[in-house]
Design a protein around this ligand. Structure first.
Ligand code: VAH
Length: 308
């Protein structure tokens, strides 16, 4: 059985659906500290689960014979700067609880990392998997901790820990939750609603991005890859990079008269500390990662879905 924590977030809703299609609805237990709305629900068991409550998580694992745990619970970069204590609790203690469970109950564990685990001293173009990591956000610091602790438990206790450094994820049916890359989702809604968008990042701020279907398919491929095929426990994963100016032009080709204005806020400094593009060639070699959507394909599909 697979347990997904943070299952009602931007990635969780779609990931649970995909896993249920692949492994059967009753073999995937979704959990979160919020009540699922009808739109979030897919057929299959949901349990209220708080990653800060170790005992409660352990009873879910034991009572449901869980063998894989995917911990999506986290406060992202922007919201993490506003709520430092909660970000530290969820991203560090919450993760530590799931990692300890993985050790005690021999679970396979996947907990995402992020391009936010890199910082201003990291080489910013075509950033490799192994390089300088001195992030300047709470979120980034906690995710470096996730990677290092996960790899420690793997080396010392044999835990099958896996992590992916996600870029910004663009999704049609779910909202991102407090990230710096959220503009790349908001811009589509704003274009269709107001034919205009006020962007909180400057026009030339390049960031690595990916379309949600590619993220979810790639995550399931990685999760199910035989552990012997992995030469690392943590991998970069990306599809394309773009700037607000570039994505705005792509949308304007398809939405007549659409215009973006720019008013950078505190998130500009976060974006400026991150890579502009990632080298994810080892993920492509080790476990067959490849994105199906390019930038134009993503823009077309987003607009089709949002226009429905
Ligand atoms: C964020 N969407 O912006 C998340 C993600 C790389 C970006 O970590 O914080």
């Amino acid at each position: 059985k697979i347990l997904v924590t943070g299952a009602l977030g931007q990635l969780g809703v779609g990931l649970v659906q995909l896993l249920r299609n692949k492994y059967g609805a009753n073999n995937v237990i979704s959990s979160d500290v919020r009540k699922p709305t009808a739109a979030m629900r897919s057929e299959g068991p949901f349990v209220f689960g708080d990653v800060l409550d170790y005992k409660q998580l352990e009873s879910i694992v034991v009572n449901n014979d869980v063998t894989w745990i995917i911990n999506l619970s986290a406060l992202l970069s922007a919201v993490g700067e506003m709520h430092m204590d909660r970000a530290l609790a969820i991203n560090m203690q919450g993760f530590q609880n799931t990692l300890e469970l993985a050790k005690r109950h021999q679970l396979r564990i996947l907990c995402p990392s992020t391009i936010g685990a890199f910082g201003p001293s990291t080489p910013r173009d075509n950033t490799p998997d192994l390089t300088i990591m001195r992030p300047t956000t709470i979120y980034g610091i906690t995710k470096v901790h996730v990677e290092l602790m996960g790899e420690y438990y793997h080396r010392r206790f044999g835990v099958d820990f896996r992590s992916l450094r996600y870029p910004g994820i663009i999704s049609a049916d779910t909202e991102p939750g407090g990230g710096t890359t959220d503009y790349a989702v908001q811009i589509f809604h704003s274009a269709l609603k107001d034919n205009a968008y006020k962007c909180y990042l400057g026009p030339d701020t390049a960031l690595p991005m990916m379309y949600l279907p590619d993220c979810l398919n790639g995550t399931v491929s990685f999760l199910s890859a035989p552990t012997e095929s992995l030469t690392q426990r943590t991998y970069n994963m990306a599809a394309f990079s773009f700037t607000p100016k570039e994505i705005s032009a792509k949308i304007a080709e398809r939405v007549k008269g659409f215009e973006t204005t720019y008013e950078p806020d505190y998130r500009q400094a976060i974006a400026d500390s991150w890579p502009r593009s990632l080298d994810d060639s080892i993920a492509r070699k080790d476990w067959g990662w490849k994105n199906e959507y390019d930038l134009d394909g993503m823009v077309d599909d987003m607009l089709v879905r949002l226009r429905k």
